[in-house]
Design a binder for this molecule. Structure first.
Ligand SMILES: [Zn+2]
Length: 398
């Protein structure tokens, strides 16, 4: 049996390591001196732990910076090629697989088209697995350096080894995607809802950076949200939190793809907007038709902005975010042309005080950051769980 005091020492050491690594990852090149200020750890701890991380090649030196009159200070940074993360976007019309280094530079990419409405589980699994093989081969990265695979999928993802997916609009009812993928790849898997992975990408590298209370609202054909509460993605009891698109905006209203009526998605989802405008499209022409409609002055667009404003106001009233990031390809198109009106409509439907402290901004990573976001699931795990031989030494914890 492990003695409690030993475990405590080890946990503390590992915790310090994670704190330092995370600070370095997000701050970029940083001196040991700055790290003590950033993390609140003592100079001795910073020195010990960075020494371990350097020895393990997890961090590297990144040049020198002048200190006031003293010796120049060495800058440290996370080693971008210590490991690699694969991100997968399972979307309505494609399966996209990308391989990144730890700086999130994309080193290889593989894409497979999905026929509209044809989301057969076996086909998707085959594409994901072939994509993983392809990006590892194309990048030349040794498989031993692949830290894991993150997968962003539509619908509700139950956490657990099976990663059970419930995606009504995709025709997936209790699909054990984790189990199916694990049979075909040796890499650790992290599966989450695509809106949540995209939300994490915007929080880490995009318009959400620096905020602790935020909502990333994604509008494409479907509508979803990622709610960040006190720096963490809010999941609810079974990870389904954030199904903003299926909150009701009209009693007995339009039919939604989920089978219900009056859902927000049935009013502001791109497919629904085009349908309301009487424009007949397929998935290949949907984005162009939507872009044209947004600038056409159509009353359907005014109405859409009204519904969107009410939907955003509901988010603000419920969650009191400091920032709402509007993203997704349709959200970005609406926002690029109509952000001022969207904000007005939100203000008209919102309590004054929470509205006054919330900013509504556009996503910065474009509409295709689901795979990048999925890869951040892998990096997140890496930053939390990195261990080394030194952790099991009898350390002097400062
Ligand atoms: Zn619905």
């Amino acid at each position: 049996m492990v003695r409690p005091e030993r475990r405590t020492v080890r946990d503390l050491r590992r915790g310090n390591r994670a704190v330092l690594l995370r600070a370095l990852y997000f701050a970029g090149p940083t001196s040991r001196h700055e790290l003590t200020a950033l993390t609140g750890l003592s100079a001795a701890t910073v020195s010990n732990v960075t020494g371990d991380l350097l020895a393990d090649d997890i961090i590297v030196e990144a040049g020198l910076v002048d200190s006031d009159g003293g010796r120049p200070r060495v800058l440290l940074r996370v080693n971008p090629t210590y490991g690699f993360a694969i991100g997968v976007d399972v979307g309505e019309t494609h399966v996209r697989v990308e391989l990144f280094d730890l700086d999130m530079n994309e080193l290889a990419k593989s894409e497979f088209a999905l026929r509209p409405g044809a989301h057969d589980v076996d086909v998707v699994v085959r594409h994901v697995l072939s994509g993983i093989d392809a990006v590892v081969a194309d990048s030349g990265v040794p498989p031993s350096k692949v830290l894991g695979v993150g997968v962003g999928v539509p619908g509700i993802v139950e956490r657990g080894p099976e990663a059970m997916i419930h995606a009504q609009t995709f025709g997936w009812d209790s699909v054990p995607l984790g189990t199916l993928l694990r049979a075909g790849t040796p890499f650790p898997l992290h599966i989450d809802n695509g809106a949540k992975t995209m939300g994490q990408a915007e929080m880490w590298f995009g318009a959400g950076r620096g905020s602790r209370h935020a909502v990333i609202a994604l509008i494409g054909s479907g509508v979803g949200a990622s709610i960040i509460a006190d720096g963490m993605t809010y999941r609810g009891a079974n990870s389904s939190a954030g199904e903003w698109g299926h909150t009701k905006i009209a009693i007995g209203g339009r039919s939604c793809r989920c089978g219900g009526r009056g859902c927000l998605e049935a009013y502001i989802g791109a497919e629904a907007v085009l349908e309301r405008a009487g424009i007949d499209v397929d998935t290949s022409t949907e984005q162009a038709a939507f872009a044209e409609l947004v600038t056409s002055g159509s009353p359907v667009v005014d109405e859409t902005v009204e519904y969107l404003g009410a939907g955003l106001a509901n988010l603000i009233n419920l969650f009191n975010p400091e920032r709402i990031v509007v993203g997704g390809w349709a959200g970005l198109l609406l926002g690029q042309h109509l952000l001022t009106t969207i904000k007005q409509r939100a203000a008209e439907n919102c309590l004054t005080q929470p509205y006054s402290t919330a900013s509504i901004v556009l996503g910065r990573l474009g509409p295709d950051a689901v795979a990048l976001g999925a890869a951040t699931l892998v990096v997140d795990e890496f930053l939390l769980s990195t261990t080394s031989s030194s952790v099991s030494r009898e350390p002097a914890v400062s």
